[in-house]
Design a protein around this ligand. Structure first.
Ligand code: GDP
Length: 131
């Protein structure tokens, strides 16, 4: 996902260019907005964390871009491309270093395993929306 902060700041095009330039194929994509229920479900793993309320508020405050990306070693390579959760700790040239503002408002989400990539892809897209 391209998160609401990056959409608000006009970074959709630049982020997609970094993603495709790094060799990822976009096999599904949509511009949409998460409801509170969507965000609570998507981030259910973090529901006991102190920042959960803030995370749900942030992720629902405006539109996002959701996409499914395809590449060999996609999960690890995408996490390397986006950089550390906290942009202050993200490597130079990573998407979060370039476009994120804080540990909460960090521009992009990437799945952390192949299994979660499957679950998260199915959360956003039906089979007819994947090419
Ligand atoms: P990720 O896999 O790099 O996205 O990081 P995590 O799975 O640990 O956290 C999920 C998301 O929760 C992050 O991308 C942030 O948007 C948010 N988050 C993580 N830590 C914090 C925090 O300390 N404060 C706030 N406000 N949000 C956080």
């Amino acid at each position: 996902m391209i998160k609401p902060d990056a959409v608000e700041n006009g970074h959709i095009g630049a982020i997609l260019e970094k993603i495709t330039g790094a060799g990822f194929n976009i096999v599904a994509m949509k511009y949409t907005q998460l409801s509170r229920r969507d965000a609570q479900e998507f981030y259910a793993i973090h529901k006991e964390r102190p920042f959960f309320g803030e995370l749900v508020e942030f992720m629902t405050r405006g539109p996002i871009v959701a996409a499914i990306l395809e590449k060999d070693n996609a999960v690890d390579d995408f996490r390397a491309l986006i950089g550390a959760t906290n942009p202050a700790e993200a490597a130079e040239g990573t998407i979060r270093k370039l476009f994120a503002t804080s540990i909460g408002e960090n521009a992009v989400h990437g799945s952390d395993s192949d299994e979660n990539a499957g679950i998260e892809g199915a959360f956003h897209f039906s089979g007819r929306e994947v090419f």
